[in-house]
Design a protein around this ligand. Structure first.
Ligand SMILES: [Zn+2]
Length: 177
């Protein structure tokens, strides 16, 4: 993974440029983008990395993004029945969740992402993998830490900031007066 926080930051920063939404909405988006890495508990239970339900397994699949997108949309609809269409919320939160495995597929270490779990356990990466993989747990604070943060600032945070700024500029030009 890129560091778990980067997943959340990307989701919020990139989305905020396009949508004016309250804080709880962005909190839900950030949680969706970070939840896939809850699968590291699998290591605790002795599930091997390469297992379909190991790290970067099912929770990093397209199917999981759709499920979590639907769950988040239902949750928002439950608390705010008015003003939000289910299909738009579903699409948004599914995309936000999917941004997580998307970035993981750009990292240079670990195993790939089980995009098609639970149908297949095969792991995938993009052919271009510029992001340094974030060490898991305590090793994060070791010698590799600063390199990981730097690669994420350039390859995740800066693109997110660029998307945010261009969306703001587009909005400004579109607004009458
Ligand atoms: Zn991940």
């Amino acid at each position: 993974m890129p560091t778990i926080f980067s997943h959340g930051i990307f989701a919020v920063l990139a989305g905020k440029g396009f949508l004016k939404k309250p804080a709880w909405f962005w909190l839900t988006a950030a949680v969706c983008a970070m939840i896939p890495d809850a699968d590291v508990v699998a290591f605790r239970f002795g599930v091997p990395y390469e297992n379909m339900f190991g790290h970067r397994g099912f929770t990093h699949s397209i199917a999981f993004a759709l499920l979590l997108g639907a769950a988040a949309a239902l949750l928002v609809r439950f608390f705010r029945p008015d003003g939000y269409s289910f299909s738009k919320l579903f699409l948004f939160f599914a995309l936000v969740t999917f941004s997580h495995p998307f970035f993981d597929m750009l990292t240079d270490g670990g195993l790939g992402v089980a995009l098609f779990a639970p149908l297949s356990a095969e792991r995938f990466f993009f052919p271009w993998r510029p992001i340094r993989v974030s060490p898991i747990g305590a090793r994060f604070f070791g010698a590799e830490g600063p390199n990981v943060i730097l690669s994420e600032i350039f390859l995740v945070w800066l693109p997110a900031a660029a998307i945010f700024l261009s969306a703001m500029i587009i909005r400004r030009f579109r607004r009458p007066n």
